[in-house]
Design a protein around this ligand. Structure first.
Ligand code: 5GP
Length: 348
């Protein structure tokens, strides 16, 4: 008989953060910088732990340059050639410390990953990304990459449950990407019926990872700065963003002009657009497809970053956290049936 887990699983939209008495006078007093020491690579990280997703419309070199100025991180997508990496590294030595090189699990992916890391030894992070992080093949791949790169910090995913977080950490990964079906461009839930509400996934996976001195990334599902704050409040060490960083000058994707208005194409890494563009390079994504949308053009990403950081700083002030590190300790979520007053919008 099929098993039903009837415990409640929540998404960002199901909760709000309860305000708490605070001694902070203003949000400018809040420190969003975090330092981590990674379990397997033994490397240190210091920065504001928000990551641009490794999508070719988001994790671009242009995005990395701007985000790095704010101490944010970029998981650079896997479709740049070795030559493009070399050119980039020769012009931008400073931001190299705030980025990861991404790879899928095919042998040509691994080959290119090795080439890039040999050519640019300053890159210290590897992002291993498959849609289904539950496959035995992926676990073996993580072990192989760890053997080959003993002192690089490895991000790996995606998974949504504690036992798989533990397995990947014990196989050599340092930071586990958490999220399944939550992404703005993702159709996994409707195509396959598989998924896990993001807030609960983060809470359960953070608990599992932290028990082993590992770390997690809440990957996807954020639609506003409040969601980013909720992900941190739920215990995420890092938060990865796709859609919130789409539509900017630094985002990849075609700029389209129609009736005097500008848009940027934003698509999932398994969407038809991505398939046509990269062919066999996206085969490991093929199990579930992604959407394609036209996002109104927003100009430079700097103001969006400031908006996100301002929001998270304010959250910290409301709950009395002087540092981002304290946010999850100060978090009490309350379940709600409504997020915002809908009178002047369609949203609720
Ligand atoms: P967002 O921040 O836009 O909600 O989510 C970004 C995340 O969605 C990415 O980091 C990645 O994990 C996931 N994603 C990106 N493209 C696709 C896709 O085509 N299909 C699926 N299933 N997930 C995707």
């Amino acid at each position: 008989m099929p098993h039903i887990d009837s415990s409640v699983k929540l998404d960002f939209k199901d909760v709000l953060l309860r305000p708490k008495r605070s001694t902070l006078k203003s949000r400018n007093e809040v420190d969003l910088t975090r330092s981590f020491s990674f379990r397997n690579s033994k490397q240190m990280y210091t920065g504001i732990p928000i990551i641009a997703a490794n999508m070719d419309t988001i994790g671009t070199f242009e995005m990395a340059r701007v985000l790095s100025k704010f101490s944010l991180f970029t998981a650079v997508h896997k479709h740049y050639s070795l030559k493009q990496w070399e050119e980039f590294a020769s012009q931008n030595p400073d931001c190299i410390q705030n980025l990861a090189v991404s790879s899928g699990i095919e042998s040509f992916d691994f080959y290119k990953l090795k080439q890039i890391l040999e050519a640019i030894p300053e890159v210290k992070y590897i992002c291993l990304d498959v849609v289904n992080g539950y496959s035995e093949h992926f676990v073996e791949f993580v072990k192989d990459v760890r053997k080959c790169f003993p002192s690089h910090t490895i991000m790996a995913g995606n998974v949504v449950t504690g036992e798989m977080v533990e397995e990947l950490i014990l196989s050599g990964a340092d930071i586990i990407k958490v999220g399944l079906g939550q992404g703005s461009m993702c159709t996994t839930r409707t195509k396959t019926g598989v998924g896990y509400p993001q807030l609960s996934a983060v809470m359960e996976c953070a608990d599992a990872a932290h028990g082993l001195n590992g770390h997690i990334i809440s990957d996807g599902g954020c639609s506003c700065p409040g969601d980013v704050a909720k992900a941190f409040g739920a215990g995420a060490d890092f938060v990865m963003l796709g859609g919130m960083l789409a539509g900017h000058s630094e985002s990849g994707g075609e700029l389209i002009e129609r009736n005097g208005k500008k848009y940027k194409l934003f698509y999932g890494m398994t969407s038809e657009v991505a398939m046509k563009k990269y062919g066999p390079a996206v085969t490991d994504y093929r199990a579930s497809e992604g959407k394609t949308v036209e996002v109104p053009f927003k100009g430079g990403v700097q103001s969006t970053i400031q908006d996100i950081l301002g929001g998270v700083r304010s959250t910290c002030t409301y709950v009395g956290a002087a540092k981002l590190k304290e946010l999850s300790q100060r978090t009490t979520f309350i379940r709600v049936t409504q997020q915002a007053n809908p009178i002047f919008s369609e949203e609720s």
